[in-house]
Design a protein. Structure first.
Length: 287
């Protein structure tokens, strides 16, 4: 841990416009605390976000940041990490942003094992667009656009990640502050793609998957005999539809991140010789 960096150093001067009580407040606090605890600071951190309630998080955190387009945060994060392998890259998204239009990017980011952390704020609804069913909504979840429910099984993001070759899969709950921070911190410290799905309740449009529901339903894997290094154990947890779990589900402790596998250790943000006159100065000024 860096002795002179506090999680408040990651707070920007912009006030969040999330609804009072939104789970995203707790999710963001855990992200900032995990970054500080792992010795990072705003000068070596890049936060990328897409579209949705989660999309503004780069505005609310004090670091380098980019607010991208719907479903495309992971390719941007990949590009940042390849250009600057020395900095900490954290990508934030929502269940709609990540598991609908962004699902293809999710699969490929997982299998490449790029050394970054992906935090998905899963509220099982489209909150920003006023309450439509999302990829993780229950089959019978009634909304204005699905009055009888989506009639489709919800996407299982952990199963998708495991099948794609993930080296770190975890689940946390934004309201369980200390445990949430601990799980995010483990993802940041992981050598490779650290994926954390976060139960982040929407208090405005989802009256089913509430704080009380998760508090009553969550089983903490730390309190069981689960072995996160055992892929078979991970599969059993992921396919257990009877319980909501919290903790590290799977971690390959021998993971080698993409940039190390391919020898990407050079700062590629500097424009090489032969660039147009003045370009290098512009880059230097930007960075």
């Amino acid at each position: 841990m860096s002795s002179d960096i506090r999680f408040t150093d990651f707070k920007s001067d912009k006030q969040p416009t999330w609804c009072p009580g939104c789970g995203d407040f707790g999710t963001m606090n855990g992200m900032m605390k995990a970054l500080a605890e792992t010795g990072n600071d705003p000068d070596n951190t890049f936060v990328v976000a897409g579209i949705g309630c989660s999309g503004k998080i780069g505005t609310y955190m004090h670091s380098y940041a980019l607010h991208g387009v719907h479903g495309r945060a992971l390719p941007v994060g990949t590009g940042v990490k390849m250009a600057r392998p020395d900095i900490e890259v954290m990508v934030a998204g929502g269940d709609g942003d990540g598991y609908s239009i962004g699902a293809g990017h999710f699969v490929h980011a997982v299998r490449r094992n790029v050394d970054m952390t992906y935090v998905v704020m899963d509220n099982r609804i489209y909150g920003l667009t006023k309450g439509q069913a999302s990829p993780t909504s229950r089959e019978d979840f009634e909304t204005s656009t699905t009055p009888d429910g989506p009639k489709q099984p919800p996407v299982n993001p952990h199963a998708l990640a495991l099948a794609s070759g993930a080296t770190f899969i975890a689940q946390s709950f934004s309201s369980d502050a200390l445990r949430h921070q601990e799980i995010i911190q483990k993802a940041v410290e992981h050598d490779g793609f650290g994926f954390v799905n976060v139960y982040s309740p929407c208090v405005t449009f989802n009256d089913v998957d509430t704080y009380d529901y998760f508090r009553d339903s969550l089983v903490d894997l730390k309190e069981t005999d689960h072995d996160p290094t055992d892929r078979g154990d991970a599969k059993d947890v992921i396919l257990d539809s009877e319980k909501e779990h919290q903790g590290v589900i799977y971690q390959n402790e021998e993971s080698v991140p993409y940039h190390e596998q391919h020898g990407v250790d050079e700062d590629m943000s500097v424009i090489p010789d032969g660039a147009p006159e003045g370009a290098t100065d512009l880059v230097r000024e930007f960075y």
